[in-house]
Design a protein around this ligand. Structure first.
Ligand SMILES: [Zn+2]
Ligand SMILES: [Zn+2]
Length: 345
C-alpha cells in the first residue's frame, strides 16, 4: 500500500509498504477513510521534531473503520467507524488515571502515531492501546465532522476546559489558525460574556467574522486596546495563546487582567521569556503544555448534538495520490486554505 513517508529532513515521499498487522493483543488495525495534514507534520519535515523516526508513515489526524482487533481489545470491533487519538495512552498508569494522558508513562505513550510509529497518511494504520486510542463515531456524524476530534479539536476542548471560563468572562484567543478556530468553538460552549479573537492574517479574520458574528475580531496592533475596551478590569479574564511566536507570547500576558488565567497551547520554535519584574503584582496563573486528549467521546457527543461543527474548516480535499499538492497548498497557505482532507484513492 502507498504510505506518505518521512525519508529525511526536508523529504516526505509516497512509498510502498506492507499492510500493517496486529502486533500486540491491544492493537487494532484501522482502514483510514479520511486523514488531514497538521502543522506538526510540517515540523517533522523541517527536522524540528528530534524524536520523529525516519522511515515512519506520517499523519496523526485521521478517522477510519476498524479492520481487525487483537484479543485484548474490548471497546471496538471490526466494522466500527472510529476517530483515532493523536496520543497513545494506556489508561492504567498514575497520569492516565488522573486524566493527564499526555504524560502517560507507558513506553508507547504520548505522540507516537505518525512520529515514532507509522501514522495515517496511508490506507491502513496499526493503533496500539486501541481501547484508549479509538472512539466510535456516532451514526449521525460524518467522517468530515469527526476528522479533527483526535487532535486539534481535542486540543481546543482541553484548552477551553483548563482555562476555567465563567459566564462573565472576557476571553481572548490569540491566533485563528486551525487550532485557534477549534479553540474558539469550544470556548463558545462555555458562553463567556465576550470573546475576542486576535489574528494577523486578513483571510483568517474574515473567516471568523463570517462564521462567528458574535465574536469580536482584532489585529495584533489593536488587541490590547480592544480587550481593555471590552473589559472593565483592565484586560481579559482568560487568555488562550494559540499562535506561538514571541510577540503573541508577550501579548498573552500583557492583555491579561490581574489574576487572570493565561493558557499557552502554542508550540514555540524558541524559548520565551517571562519578564517577572514587569509582571510583578499582576499575579497571573499560567497553564502550559500539550493536550490531554481524554475527552474525545464527549466531543463526539457534542458534534452529534449539533454543538460543534468544524467542517467549514475543511477548505480543500485531495486524494492520497496527490498528497504532495495537499502539502504544498497547506504549507504555503495557498487559495485561502485552512485545513485539507485527504481521502484514499
Ligand atoms: Zn497535529
Ligand atoms: Zn498511561
Amino acid at each position: 500500500m502507498k504510505a506518505y513517508t518521512y525519508i529525511d529532513k526536508g523529504r516526505f515521499e509516497l512509498t510502498d509498504k506492507p499492510k500493517p498487522e496486529i502486533a500486540a493483543p491491544d492493537d487494532a488495525i484501522v482502514r483510514v477513510t479520511l486523514s488531514s495534514i497538521c502543522s506538526s507534520d510540517l515540523h517533522i519535515r523541517h527536522g524540528s521534531v528530534p524524536r520523529a523516526v525516519k522511515g515512519i508513515t506520517v499523519g496523526h489526524e485521521m478517522v477510519g473503520i476498524v479492520e481487525s482487533v487483537g484479543s485484548g481489545v474490548t471497546s471496538v470491533k471490526p466494522g466500527d467507524r472510529v476517530t483515532v487519538n493523536v496520543e497513545t495512552f494506556c489508561g492504567e498508569c498514575f497520569f492516565c488515571k488522573k486524566g493527564f494522558v499526555n504524560n502517560c508513562s507507558d513506553p508507547d505513550g504520548g505522540w507516537a502515531l505518525g512520529c515514532r510509529i507509522d501514522g495515517g497518511q496511508t490506507y491502513y494504520v496499526r493503533v496500539p492501546h486501541a481501547d484508549c486510542g479509538l472512539n466510535k463515531i456516532p451514526d449521525n456524524v460524518t467522517d468530515e465532522q469527526a476528522l479533527f476530534v483526535g487532535d486539534i479539536l481535542a486540543t481546543g476542548y482541553w484548552a477551553a476546559r483548563i482555562s476555567e471560563i465563567s459566564p462573565d468572562d472576557t476571553v481572548l484567543i490569540i491566533g485563528a489558525g486551525p487550532t485557534g478556530l477549534c479553540t474558539l468553538q469550544c470556548v463558545l460552549l462555555h458562553n463567556p460574556a465576550n470573546i475576542v479573537v486576535c489574528e494577523i492574517d486578513r483571510t483568517r479574520r474574515d473567516f471568523v467574522r463570517q462564521h462567528y458574528p458574535q465574536v469580536t475580531v482584532t489585529t495584533p496592533e489593536d488587541c490590547l486596546k480592544t480587550v481593555r475596551t471590552l473589559s472593565s478590569h483592565g484586560g481579559a479574564d482568560r487568555v488562550i495563546e494559540v499562535a506561538g511566536n514571541a510577540e503573541t507570547f508577550r501579548m498573552a500576558w500583557e492583555c491579561a487582567r490581574p489574576n487572570a488565567i493565561v493558557t499557552i497551547v502554542a508550540l514555540y520554535d524558541t524559548p520565551q521569556m517571562l519578564p517577572l519584574p514587569d509582571m510583578y503584582g499582576k499575579n497571573l496563573t499560567f497553564k502550559t503544555g500539550g493536550v490531554d486528549g481524554c475527552d474525545c467521546e464527549e466531543i463526539l457527543r457534542l458534534i452529534a448534538g449539533g454543538h460543534i461543527d468544524t467542517t467549514a474548516m475543511i477548505t480543500h480535499r485531495y486524494p492520497l495520490s496527490r498528497i504532495e499538492s495537499a502539502y504544498r497548498t497547506f504549507e504555503n497557505r495557498l487559495d485561502g486554505v485552512i485545513k485539507v482532507a485527504v481521502y484514499p484513492d
